[in-house]
Design a binder for this molecule. Structure first.
Ligand code: HEC
Ligand code: HEC
Length: 315
């Protein structure tokens, strides 16, 4: 029975997507509502949070309506912007939000940077070493470092900046790794990342990363979730158009970690990507998963030579 339901859902989704393209919104919407009912009534809950709470139907409806408009009326889909056509979503922000990012005394992420500066010098772990014990003055030694991530370490393991910091925690400090999205990990990554502010992203395709880069590109183009949309369908083909009133950015990871007004908190790129996945009703990848690292690598390569803004502010 659950299998049959899943098959029905998948099949309906495909049809729904086709319908959206033909602007048959009402029917599609009915299908999705039916689909939600099926899940509510017949499928065992997979998560403690009620489905309706995770995907508020009014939000979903506004996204769907907006998607119908995008996919039908503005059907002029474009190719992924490259070179000088690329833009940070900074340019799409209101003057107030821009001012908040530009002025450290207004940017709430400045607190994270200052916390990170303190943690940098704090002795930790069984080896009783601080980051500074080995790396010295971060304003010198960490210049341009964040702009080169994600990258493989000496043993060939692909790491993003957070992963690199935790690697130093466990290997070089003999301390426990920080939890994903924990305050100290965000603080240290904000502190290290801001040393690259204004510098170009330097991730290139190399023999060491080309396999992971290709996987990341595949994931970017792969349809996912109940809305059956790929990252590329929004961020390449429809960048600049509106979705539920918000402009769709090109999705360049130039500003992470960010202070997001919607979160009222600082968060990582992976947290942002999980939001997008939930938005298309996909099961988000786990923090630190290979999928995320590969996607992040692809996003960084796609944004190569663009300038780092960290820590950014986003709506
Ligand atoms: C005992 C020495 C030691 C300590 C302590 C240490 N690291 Fe490292 N770190 C290294 C070494 C060695 C490397 C590079 C070689 C490797 O392991 O791949 C490195 C690499 C890095 C890099 C990547 C540099 C680059 O150019 O790619 C970052 C970022 C970093 N460490 C951050 C930190 C932070 C943040 C802390 C404190 C939480 C810390 N490290 C603590 C030894 C240390
Ligand atoms: C249905 C359209 C849609 C899909 C599909 C989607 N996103 Fe997004 N994404 C958005 C919107 C809209 C925003 C901006 C939200 C805001 O600012 O409130 C966003 C924001 C982002 C950002 C933040 C950019 C910045 O400047 O901080 C990144 C990165 C991103 N998305 C990557 C992805 C990736 C990777 C995927 C695929 C796993 C994906 N998105 C799937 C609509 C989408």
């Amino acid at each position: 029975m659950p299998q049959r339901n899943e098959m029905l859902q998948r099949n309906e989704m495909l049809q729904c997507d086709e319908m959206l393209q033909h602007n048959e919104m009402l029917q599609c919407d009915e299908m999705l509502q039916r689909d939600e009912m099926l899940q509510h009534n017949e499928m065992p809950p997979r998560d403690e949070t009620p489905r309706a709470q995770r995907f508020p139907s009014s939000y979903l409806l506004s996204v769907l309506l907006s998607l119908a408009t995008l996919l039908s009326f503005n059907a002029s889909s474009q190719v992924d912007p490259v070179g000088a056509e690329r833009q940070s979503s900074y340019v799409l922000m209101s003057p107030d939000t821009k001012a908040m990012q530009d002025d450290p005394s207004l940017n709430p992420a400045t607190f994270a940077v200052l916390d990170g500066e303190v943690l940098w010098r704090e002795l930790a772990g069984k080896k009783n070493q601080s980051c500074a014990s080995c790396h010295g003055d971060a304003t010198v030694t960490m210049k341009g470092v964040a702009a080169s991530f994600p990258k493989a370490n000496s043993t060939g393991q692909l790491l993003n900046l957070e992963g690199r910091i935790n690697h130093c925690r466990t290997e070089h400090q003999a301390a426990t790794p920080f939890a994903f999205e924990s305050k100290p990990l965000l603080a240290l990554s904000a502190y290290v990342a801001t040393q690259s502010k204004g510098m170009p992203i330097t991730v290139e395709r190399t023999p060491a990363n080309e396999k992971a880069l290709a996987s990341g590109q595949r994931l970017f183009n792969q349809r996912m979730g109940q809305l059956n949309l790929s990252c590329a369908q929004c961020h390449a083909e429809r960048a600049g158009q509106k979705l539920a009133g918000n402009p769709i950015p090109q999705a360049h990871p130039t500003a992470y970690p960010i202070y997001r007004l919607e979160w009222q908190a600082v968060g990582s790129l992976e947290r942002r990507l999980r939001n997008c996945m939930v938005g298309v009703r996909a099961e988000p990848y786990a923090f630190g998963s290979n999928e995320f690292l590969e996607l992040e690598l692809f996003l960084a390569w796609r944004a190569r030579a663009m300038l780092v803004e960290s820590p950014g502010v986003r709506p």
